[in-house]
Design a binder for this molecule. Structure first.
Ligand code: DON
Length: 572
């Protein structure tokens, strides 16, 4: 099989395709966690205690949405860089096999007082002004009200316990906390420093306990009063106080009127699979389907997963779909989004203009966009239950620890999601800042996201549940994982561990995450000779906690991506 990455890559063997023999890159893929299999349900997330809490709800008779709500609230406790109640996200739900998936959209909104030109390019992202009206608590409430079985209060108990009694911090979280506390020594984020102070007074070590009594109090209020316990009353007042004492704009009315939405997902087909992703205000669904539609035409499997030709065609598809993201995408309640973007005909016309031998320069593709001279924290988890209800949920504070504004006395961080709007209308530059019209700021508008929680179905049944953090790289991480499984038949652990690829139109450069470029000079040289430019600092890309379901046996395989941390926990 072309897709079996690690063994093939480690053998250093040969790629097929138009190109002469290219030495295959030695894969610096992560070694995946041992997959977990079950014929019941499971939860796969970045945090073991959160996965355990979700799986426990399945064992109590809860469904996948119940487990997802518990996992999300638990992540708000056990994974503070991105798990949140002060941010927002997207939850894709397959209510049961044979039904249509639904997207619970709980993206943050701009405050009513926001204006298109409220930011200058030099504004700090770490300030109350960057905070969007949080969506998570209303979103989880809407998911529960629509699909849940167990009581709301039951679903919050594990998170309350984890906050009250504390949990053992793992090595990855200890590193992350030490980093953010060090970063912010000079900044006025006293409350965050107080809440995350290491027990030793020095630095966090794996095994230390993080106890969060203020957060437990807020969660208790939410358990008793529903989302109103967050958006109204004392918690809302505390959020507004942070705004008023900083330079933030969120008012009581912004919080009071915030609502989450049930939206129709973006749907596409890839070979004989149905792929569902989130609609705008996420760009994820449209961009993913556009890329899949393009590469479907090229028969990549025959060319080999790691051939220069496959990689070239993936990059060229990314380039074109990300340009459309900049051209057309924004909050669908404010902007008319062309329907053609996800059609096969449109992909055919784009694909027909791809030169199979040569990179297209990004700027050449968009002469109408004036070009001016001139982050990791989101988290994704996947859930399935015994009946085949499936959930893919991605949520975020935008950057790690968001705006780093900790709501005093309430124990949670606020997002800095306003940075996902196009900051300066008209200012698009080669570094990748986008200033196009559809995603400029307007009161109560939702900023464009790249979050791409995805459900892939085969004959109406769940087949692959995936998603990732990584800002604009998210869609490409999901693209790589989906192609690895559906086009190259890789087993899920290999599909997750494999190196990843990113191109986002601008900057006009490729990131190869998991390949050390200097070691794979022949492959890189062939791509360079086709005109591709590389960013030598690719780093880590994504964190795709995923589930695969075998169509014949129904056996679920959960794989935690180990690029950060994570655990698949079965409900057996
Ligand atoms: O919604 C978005 O697209 C971004 N706010 C996501 C940010 C992100 O993934 C950062 N971390 N890895």
């Amino acid at each position: 099989m072309d897709g079996r990455v690690p063994t093939r890559l480690l053998c250093g063997c040969i790629v097929t395709g138009l190109f002469a023999v290219a030495p295959l890159p030695r894969c610096e893929a992560t070694s995946p966690e041992k997959p977990v299999t079950s014929n019941k349900g499971m939860v796969v997330s970045v945090s073991e205690p959160a996965s355990r809490a979700g799986a426990a709800m399945l064992r109590r008779g809860g469904n996948a949405v119940d487990a997802a709500v518990t996992t999300a609230f638990s992540l708000a406790v056990t994974y503070p860089p991105a798990g949140n109640i002060g941010g927002g996200g997207f939850m894709m739900v397959l209510p049961k096999p044979g039904m249509q998936p639904v997207c619970v959209e709980y993206r943050e909104t701009a405050p009513a007082a926001a204006t298109p030109t409220m930011f200058s390019l030099t504004d700090s992202r770490l300030s109350p002004k960057m905070v969007g009206v949080p969506g998570t608590v209303r979103g989880l409430e809407l998911a529960h009200a629509t699909f849940g079985k167990l009581s709301w209060s039951t679903l919050l108990q594990p998170a309350i316990r984890l906050a009250d009694q504390g949990f053992s911090v793992d090595a990855s979280l200890a590193r992350s906390l030490n980093k953010v506390l060090k970063d912010d020594k000079s900044l006025p984020f006293k409350e965050m420093r107080r809440v995350y102070a290491p027990p030793s007074g020095k630095a966090w070590q794996a095994g230390d306990r993080l106890v969060q009594p203020d957060l437990a109090g807020t969660l208790r209020r939410i358990a008793q009063q529903g989302a109103d316990g967050f958006y109204r009353g004392p918690v809302a007042a505390r959020i507004v106080r942070e705004m008023q004492e900083g330079n933030g704009l969120i008012s009581n009315a912004d919080l009071d009127t915030y609502h989450a939405n049930l939206r129709t997902p973006i749907h596409g087909t890839f070979h004989r699979y149905d792929v569902y992703g989130p609609p705008p205000p996420s760009s994820g669904g449209i961009v993913l389907i556009e890329m899949l539609n393009m590469v479907e035409r090229f028969g990549l499997r025959k060319k080999g997963r790691w051939s220069p030709e496959t990689i070239h065609l993936m990059i060229e598809s990314m380039r074109r779909a990300y340009l459309d993201r900049a051209r057309y995408l924004g909050d669908q309640d404010f902007v008319a989004i062309p329907k053609r973007l996800t059609t096969k005909d449109y992909a055919a016309s784009l694909a027909s203009k791809i030169d199979t031998q040569k990179a297209t320069r990004s700027l050449v593709l968009a002469p109408e966009i004036p070009i001016a001279d001139e982050g990791t924290s989101t988290t994704h988890f996947s859930v399935i239950d015994k009946q085949g209800m499936a959930v893919a949920n991605t949520f975020t504070l935008e950057q790690s620890y968001g705006a780093r504004v900790m709501v005093r006395g309430a124990g949670f961080l606020l997002n800095n999601e306003m940075g996902d709007f196009n900051w300066r209308p008209g200012h698009t530059d080669k570094k990748g800042r986008i200033g196009t019209e559809p995603n400029t700021i307007a009161p109560r508008k939702r900023m464009l996201s790249s979050q791409t929680p995805v459900l892939v179905l085969k004959d109406g049944k769940p087949c692959l549940i995936t998603g990732s953090p990584g800002g604009r790289t998210i869609i490409n991480t999901v693209f790589c994982v989906v192609l690895n499984v559906l086009e190259f038949n890789m087993p899920l652990p290999e599909a997750i561990a494999a190196p990843r690829l990113h191109h986002q139109w601008l900057p006009d450069q490729v990131r190869f995450a998991g390949f050390k470029l200097d070691r794979y000079q022949d492959l890189v040289q062939q791509l360079r000779s086709m005109g591709h430019r590389f960013n030598p600092k690719a780093g880590r890309q994504g964190d795709a906690h995923s589930i695969y379901v075998d169509a014949k046996t129904g056996i679920r395989t959960g794989v935690a991506d180990t690029r950060i941390s994570g655990k698949a926990v079965a409900a057996d």
